[in-house]
Design a protein around this ligand. Structure first.
Ligand code: ADP
Length: 398
């Protein structure tokens, strides 16, 4: 069985075909600059040169047409006919409170994606366009929506509610939803396999640290708490996002810098975080390099990131009433031994002790804690695409 995975951004689209007999990726690709001058599609098949299509693509439907053309291309394609694709899994950012699992797309699902454009204005419209384009171009093919928010919908109300007047929860559904759910779900499945115990017997803190970062406290396979909120802005400091700050900063800046709500939103989402503090970059490789060369603000940004991860890690171990394993994933979590070492430094008193030799790994599964560490610490590369493909397969074969 072959599953097509589509991840639509506002002006870009990533795709992948996974053969579910062995979970191998047959091809992957990227369409950039949809609706902007310079649209192009880059199609990658392992062992072959990239196939690039440069042609105007005015919308997501246009882009998906070209994706299907590339998939079916005589020379570069990986399928002979669309019949070979059993289903299409779509990554969707925000599913609100009702989308507690991945789901076969119908009108209600599309209405929900539309409703939650209010909290995912940059992603949900593109996600929906991707689904509608597939419905038009490949009619009858089952489309499955896989939400970044679903995995977290097991949080209890006292965890997800915000302490503001209750009427705004009732009126607008303002509450914590959490994101990176597909990644945390993958970790919630994979970590127990690596540890060799059923997930029902394990409490895990999953640390997804990348451009966007979030932690999830996972109790017996279910999310109990997570650091992102109504939107992916809450929680940790990130590449360009501020994470938790006193909400008064918002209104103060709005008044004193004369910013519109939209400008303030851009400031906190795109110009803050590690980039805003360092003035160097949002990329942690650049920051580590700059800090090593003596750039104080790059050092400050890294120190601020580390203390925030520690803060949530400690909080989540407390919320879980103890924890068996901490897992690092995402670009930073998988690759940066120094960030992992700094985050875990001086945590022996709560049972975390890193082995520097074992921690010297990049991008592969590894136990990095020492034998006498009460809490095991792992690196597990995330695989959101496989998770989307598995959910899609499960739903279309039900
Ligand atoms: P996204 O959230 O966009 O999926 P990723 O999970 O790919 O992002 O993470 C990107 C981040 O990972 C960047 O900040 C990048 O610098 C960081 N990263 C990747 N490799 C390394 C490395 N070797 N050392 C430090 N940081 C790294």
């Amino acid at each position: 069985m072959k599953i097509l995975i589509i991840n639509c951004g506002s002006s870009s689209l990533k795709y992948q075909i996974i053969d579910m007999t062995n979970e191998n990726t047959l091809c992957k690709g990227l369409v950039e600059r949809i609706g902007i001058e310079g649209s192009r599609l880059i199609h990658k098949v392992e062992g072959q040169e990239n196939y690039v299509i440069e042609t105007p693509m005015k919308d997501h439907k246009d882009a998906i047409k070209h994706v299907f053309d590339a998939l079916l291309d005589e020379k570069h394609g990986v399928i002979k006919s669309l019949d070979e694709i059993s289903g299409i899994g779509h990554r969707v950012l925000h599913g609100g409170p009702d989308m507690t699992e991945s789901i076969l797309v119908d009108q209600r699902v599309k209405d929900t994606i539309k409703e939650f454009v209010k909290f995912g204005p940059l992603h949900n419209p593109g996600n929906l366009m991707g689904i509608e384009a597939c419905e038009e171009i490949a009619p009858g093919k089952p489309n499955v929506a896989v939400f970044d928010t679903s995995f977290h919908q097991t949080m209890p109300d006292y965890v997800y509610m915000y302490p503001i007047p209750y009427e705004y929860y009732e009126k607008y559904s303002i509450r914590k939803y959490g994101f990176h759910g597909t990644s945390h779900k993958y970790i919630s499945h994979r970590a127990p396999e690596v540890i060799g115990k059923p997930k029902e017997e394990l409490n895990i803190v999953s640390c997804h640290l990348g451009n966007g970062s979030s932690l999830a406290a996972i109790a017996c396979g279910k999310c109990f708490d997570t650091s992102m909120g109504l939107t992916p802005l809450e929680g940790l400091m990130m590449g360009t996002r501020c994470g938790n700050i006193d909400p008064t900063v918002d209104s103060f800046l709005q008044q004193n810098e004369n910013l519109s709500a939209a400008e303030l939103n851009t400031l906190l989402n795109k110009k803050s975080g590690a980039l805003g503090v360092s003035g160097v970059s949002s990329d942690f490789r650049d920051l580590e390099e700059a800090a090593a060369e003596g750039n104080d603000r790059a050092r400050l940004a890294l120190d601020m990131f580390v203390i925030r991860v520690k803060r949530f890690l400690g909080a989540y171990i407390a919320e879980l009433k103890g924890c068996d394993a901490v897992v690092f994933t995402g670009g930073i979590g998988e690759n940066s031994a120094t960030m992992r070492a700094d985050i875990c430094k001086d945590l022996e008193h709560i049972g975390i002790k890193i082995d520097p030799e074992r921690n010297n790994v990049r991008g592969k599964e590894a136990l990095i804690s020492s034998d006498d560490s009460k809490i095991k610490v792992y690196v597990i590369p995330t695989d959101e695409e496989v998770m989307i493909a598995r959910d899609t397969m499960e739903i279309i074969t039900k």
